[in-house]
Design a protein around this ligand. Structure first.
Ligand SMILES: [Zn+2]
Length: 391
């Protein structure tokens, strides 16, 4: 099985990309190159192994959700740009510290109001269309915003880093809907609920534009939390896992002792407890990706003819290694991302300089304009009818 895959941020600067082919600098040039990429036949090797013809697998990251109002972790220079003071919470801090969890849930309480209203954008729906046209078989995403399963439920999506739509108990592993959890947070923290109401009324959380949002004093981070300078995190309360509260779970290596789950008069998790802690059902930084997910992602890559990378600098090892795996298997790679991509000098090092997209594509044209244009170019043209002409 190998070493566990731990999610860690990679913050080194990345070199600017070399656009491949050179014509992919423009929207129309990038569309043409990607047409070739998607329509290229699969290798002999694949055709013999698989019963159905393999198609393209897509790997996405935070860049794809920027047009939905969520921030990217990185800017064009490959450094954290959203908020200079932002540092994501690490798994060991979350599980070890009640104070860290108060801070996390206070920020998440405010962030959820925006996250839950955000919608998939044109790029997500273009993937749905590419699936309907038969070009895509699967999506692997690093995003935790659930936009892929919402936009294209017909295309299987593997959520490499989990999802924010549910919480999970760190003791019993039961999952609970995040929406109901939000109502619990509001009930346990009436002053915060009031603050949130005011923030919504001021429009600070309503705007779709990330720049405008920042201008109104709300800093939104990709994992769905918000910075509120000076807010008293220490008073924030969060509920315990209802399952573990009703029946304390076994703890320890041998599982022979019972965990302690205590709550205050309103049902908030009490310091002194050692179990029944709910966490967002995402892989936090410093947390291992379940081996089942790791293996499933590898299988999806192995079963595809080529790999389309969208809106990610491959900053996390778990994503980078999938692209490395594809490269090692001789699969063509296309990468659409504004700014550098980790390891791209290697991924595109051995392409024929005269190739026009079949062997690989690298462009910085934005996904929300490029993918819909690609869909339009690939749709079979309908013969014009009298009705079309009248309109
Ligand atoms: Zn539990």
């Amino acid at each position: 099985m190998g070493k566990p895959l731990i999610r860690i941020p990679y913050t080194h600067p990345l070199p600017p990309p070399t656009i491949i082919p050179a014509s992919a600098k423009t929207l129309s040039g990038a569309v043409t190159a990607l047409q070739e990429f998607l329509q290229s036949p699969s290798s002999q090797l694949h055709s013999r192994i698989l019963s159905r013809p393999p198609s393209t697998v897509v790997l996405t990251g935070a860049g794809l959700s920027v047009a939905s109002g969520l921030a990217d972790y990185r800017g064009v220079n490959g450094t954290y740009r959203v908020n200079k003071t932002y540092r994501p919470i690490y798994y060991h801090e979350y599980t070890a510290s009640h104070e860290a969890r108060k801070r996390y849930w206070a920020r998440s309480f405010l962030g959820w109001a925006t996250m839950s209203k955000s919608k998939p954008n044109a790029a997500h729906f273009a993937l749905r269309d590419l699936g309907e046209l038969g070009f895509l078989s699967s999506v692997i995403t690093q995003n935790v915003d659930s936009f892929h399963p919402r936009a294209h439920p017909e295309i299987p999506t593997l959520e490499l880093h989990g999802y924010l739509r549910a919480t999970v108990c760190t003791s019993c592993r039961n999952e609970f809907p995040r929406e109901a959890f939000q109502e619990e947070l509001a009930r346990l923290n009436p002053a915060w609920a009031e603050f949130l109401k005011t923030a919504i009324e001021s429009g600070a959380l309503e705007t779709e534009d990330p720049e405008e949002k920042r201008a109104r004093g709300i800093k939104m981070n990709p994992d769905g939390d918000v910075d509120v300078p000076g807010a008293p995190y220490t008073t924030f309360r969060y509920p315990a896992c209802p399952t573990c509260l009703a029946k304390p779970p076994p703890i320890g290596f041998d599982g022979t002792s019972k965990g302690v789950v205590e709550v205050d008069q309103d049902g908030a998790w009490k310091a002194g407890s050692n179990a029944g802690i709910l966490k967002p059902n995402v892989i936090m930084f410093g947390e291992s990706i379940p081996s089942t997910v790791k293996v499933a992602a590898e299988e999806v890559v192995d079963g595809a003819k080529n790999l389309l990378v969208l809106g990610t600098s491959l900053a996390t090892y778990s994503a980078w290694r999938l692209v490395k795996r594809a490269k090692e298997r001789g699969m063509p790679i296309a990468a659409i991302n504004v700014g550098g991509v980790r390891g791209e000098d290697v991924f595109f090092s051995d392409l024929d300089p005269t190739q026009t997209g079949k062997q690989g594509v690298r462009t910085e044209v934005s996904t929300e304009s490029l993918l819909p244009a690609l869909v339009r170019s690939l749709r079979p043209s309908k013969p014009s009818t009298l009705k079309d002409q009248v309109q």
